[in-house]
Write a protein that binds this ligand. Structure first.
Ligand code: FPP
Length: 246
C-alpha cells in the first residue's frame, strides 16, 4: 500500500522563478514594492491551482542569495511581505493540506523570521495535498557546496545520500519542470542539482499576471515534450528513473 507522501511524490515537482514584479509595477506607474505585493497574490492563486493540476511539490524562488544587492528599502519590503505571508497564510495552508518548508539560509534573515518559518513549518507539517517549498536567501551553488562540505566527512556516498544533503530532504522528487516568467531565459542559481533533467518553460507573462491558465499552458507544453533521460525511449512522469538510475 502507498503512503500519502509516496503518492504525492509521484506527482510532478515544479519550480517557478517568479520574475517580473518590478517591470509589471513600473509599467503601471506603481512602485516596485506594489509589484511584489501583487506577486504574493499570484502565489496564493498558484498554490491553490497546483494540486488540481497534478503537482505534488512546488518550489518557488522568492529571494536569492544575490538579492541582498538590491536597494535596502526593497529588501526590507520583501522581508516584510515574507513575514506577513508566514503570519497570515498558515491557516489557509493547513486548511488546504499544504505542507510548507523554506529552503535557503536562515541566519541572515531579519529578527524573528527564522522563528516564524519554523512555526509555519511545524503548523503545516501534516499537509499531504501539496508540498510548497519557498526558497529564501537561496543559492543552488551554495546548497551544493554545503552538501559537499558535509559529504567530505563520509567514506562512501551515493547520489541519494548527496541529494539529501543538498535538498535537506530524503526522497525529494527531482524537479520535472522549471517555469520562469517575464521573458528572461536564465536559471539564476535555482535548483541546479534537483533540476538536472528538468524541462524548462519560459513565458513572457509577468509574475503578477500569471494565473492558473498559464500554469495549465506550461504543463500542457511539458506533457507535449518527450523526456528520454539519456535513453532512446520516451519516459512518462510516473516512470521517471530514480537518481541512481539516471
Ligand atoms: C523578481 O521580480 C521577483 C523577486 C526577486 C521577488 C519575488 C517575491 C515575491 C513574489 C513576493 C514575496 C514572496 C513571499 C513568499 C512573501 P523582479 O522584482 O526582479 O522583477 P523585474 O525583473 O521586473 O525587476
Amino acid at each position: 500500500m502507498q503512503s500519502e507522501s509516496t503518492s504525492r511524490n509521484e506527482k510532478l515537482h515544479v519550480g517557478i522563478i517568479m520574475d517580473g514584479n518590478g517591470r509589471w509595477a513600473t509599467r503601471r506607474g506603481l512602485s516596485r514594492v506594489r509589484g511584489h505585493e501583487a506577486g504574493v497574490e499570484t502565489i496564493r492563486r498558484i498554490v491553490e491551482a497546483a494540486p488540481k493540476q497534478g503537482i505534488g511539490t512546488l518550489t518557488l524562488y522568492a529571494f536569492s542569495a544575490d538579492n541582498w544587492r538590491r536597494p535596502r528599502a526593497e529588501v526590507a519590503a520583501l522581508m516584510t511581505l515574507l513575514r506577513f505571508y508566514l503570519a497570515n497564510e498558515v491557516q489557509s495552508l493547513v486548511r488546504n493540506g499544504v505542507r510548507l518548508t523554506v529552503i535557503g539560509r536562515r541566519d541572515r534573515l531579519p529578527d524573528g523570521i527564522a522563528t516564524a518559518i519554523t512555526r509555519a513549518e511545524e503548523a503545516t507539517a501534516r499537509g499531504s495535498a501539496l508540498h510548497l517549498r519557498i526558497a529564501v536567501d537561496y543559492s543552488a551553488r551554495d546548497a551544493i557546496l554545503n552538501a559537499a562540505a558535509k559529504a567530505a566527512a563520509l567514506t562512501s556516498l551515493t547520489r541519494e545520500a548527496f541529494s539529501q544533503l543538498v535538498t535537506g530532504e530524503a526522497g525529494l522528487r527531482d524537479v520535472d519542470l522549471i517555469i520562469r516568467t517575464s521573458g528572461e531565459k536564465r536559471l539564476s542559481d535555482f535548483l541546479l542539482w534537483e533540476g538536472a533533467y528538468a524541462e524548462l518553460h519560459f513565458t513572457e507573462r509577468m509574475w503578477p499576471e500569471f494565473d492558473a491558465s498559464d500554469l495549465t499552458a506550461a504543463l500542457a507544453a511539458f506533457h507535449g515534450r518527450e523526456r528520454r533521460f539519456g535513453g532512446l525511449r520516451a519516459i512518462v512522469p510516473e516512470e521517471v528513473p530514480s537518481l541512481s538510475r539516471v
